[in-house]
Design a protein around this ligand. Sequence first.
Ligand code: ZN
Ligand code: ZN
Length: 258
Amino acid sequence: MKEHIYTIPVTEAFEQSCECPLCFCQRKLEEDALEYELGAAMMEPDHRIGTNKVGFCARHYEKLYNLQKNRLPYGLVLDTHMEEQNRILADAYRKVGDKLAKESTDGLMERVKGGVSGRKRVADTLTAELSGILARLLEGCAVCNRVSHTMKQFADTAIFLFFKEPDFRSKVEESKGFCLPHFRLLLDLAGETLPDRKKAMWLRTLLPLQLENLERIQGDVHWFTQMFDHRNREADWKDSRDAIQRAIQKLGGPLDLM
Ligand SMILES: [Zn+2]
Ligand SMILES: [Zn+2]
């Protein structure tokens, strides 16, 4: 079964004492995906077709740069990606260039006539088309795609093991819950894949675990803020010293904080 491929890394992740075992998995996957992008992927024509099309998100453009190596492969990837995308943007503009020029000099009569006929203005159609192209470019990322594809299988494995292995179920129950993005991933996956009774069982574990741990962190953050009150200057920080870092991870998923 496909789940078995990921049993070892998933079990290892649930043995960590952290705010989200799936973040632990994702960090490793992301590191591998970044190395792959400027290494082996360079030689795979199919993969290059993908990066030419989607590029990377801002976070991963930055991380690829910060690897501080493989500058030539990075340059080659950017070169062919931009060549393709610049052409798409230019084509969208050029194909309506003449009509746009005419529209820009339309007098009052033409504007009234256009309004009456309900004809869409070229400027509006072009704006919508460009906005769509840019949305696709800005939302796409070859690294994110690769990581999220595997993360889905990791989460699938975690749900599978939860029902199959009592030991693993205990690990889940004793964990500190999940960050919100991975909480959502687990909810959605269970919703799509589990039969009704198991869906209810899963929620009866996941929800109390998640709520309890979200409240714990909020309590830690609250105590952190209270420690700035002069009346608490002798008080114990308890678990609040790194409350902000842990809260940020809980809310946002795996992050690289300075
Ligand atoms: Zn997470
Ligand atoms: Zn990305």
